[in-house]
Design a protein around this ligand. Sequence first.
Ligand SMILES: *Cc1c(COP(=O)(O)O)cnc(C)c1O
Length: 378
Amino acid sequence: MIPFNKPFLTGKEAHYIYQAVNSGKISGNGVFTQKCQHWFEEHYGFRKALLTTSCTDALEMAAMLCDIKPGDEVIAPSYTFVSTVLAFVRQGAKIVFCDSCKDNPNIDPDKIEELITEHTRVIVPVHYAGVACDMDRIMDIASRHNLLVVEDAAQSIDSYYKERPLGSIGHLGCFSFHETKNIIAGEGGMLTINDDRFIRRSEIIWEKGTNRSEFFRGEVNKYGWVDTGSSFLPSEIISAFLWAQIENMDMIQTRRKEIWEFYHNNLADLSARGFFTMPDIPDYATNNAHMFYIVCRNLQERTALIAHLKENDVLAVFHYLSLHRSKYAVEHGISGYDLPNCDRFADCLVRLPLYYELTDEQADYICGLIRDFYSSRK
Ligand SMILES: *Cc1c(COP(=O)(O)O)cnc(C)c1O
């Protein structure tokens, strides 16, 4: 069976974990955590980067930093993972769902402004498949209406919008190092802070509501409880794992992009004949090869294609169900939306296996199966 995903180990993970364990300091904010954070700050120009235990946690920190209160409204796409909105729901916000673009699952900037009310506080663009949303448009809308922007950059490591790294454009950015992402730590994440107003408070919320980080830098002579917070920082064991991945990021990205291009080239003729569409990378965006998907013509055909691949030992999978149609949304009165593009991606999008160790032969085999499938259709 060719799995949909296989977590890639660089070979150095256990070595760095051994170092962390041997150092005797395995709780958070130690040598490996700081190495990772500095690397991200230097490499991508984030004002500040804080490792977290997941992207879900980074989003929770973001919702706390935005000081979301009951009654506030947050605009997010409906075609996304639950975590994008969950953090804001926990702070009491009402989620207002926006449709996707016609050509890709990202939030449609043309449809944001009509959703803004006097209660709107935050826009949460999700860079689906690591392909940038139209950030100039979104930041412009936000600044005209005095809103904050939290980028859900879970899938977006090493991807750019007009040469600016994703996660560095909004006020805050949230990344994931879950084992299904490009670089991994098992479970892991990162909050990026790009607006100076949030920097001091972000460290405090990260360290359980205390000014412990300032104390360890020698900036204050005792530390204590100063604000709300939680335990968002990962242990050194997780950061040590992540460091091995960071060191091999170029190698990982190069191979993922090769596989992505292989699919794209090999399926171009079928796509040109109208059987399905392939990912649309706008001129302003780069491709970090987080995902390769095709969008089928309808749900029945997608179901049949997934079954055909499975019968031949290939696991291809669909993705999000529209959040505005979820049980939670229906029960909480945030469901009555008409979001046709979102629903179409929910019904028709299918993701093909893409991981470092996938071989050209395997990718070729998968393309051949797709070719077989469409040979009897018109
Ligand atoms: C993976 C993912 C998340 C959640 O990341 P975790 O690290 O598992 O919490 C959130 N949003 C999007 C868009 C994702 O792809």
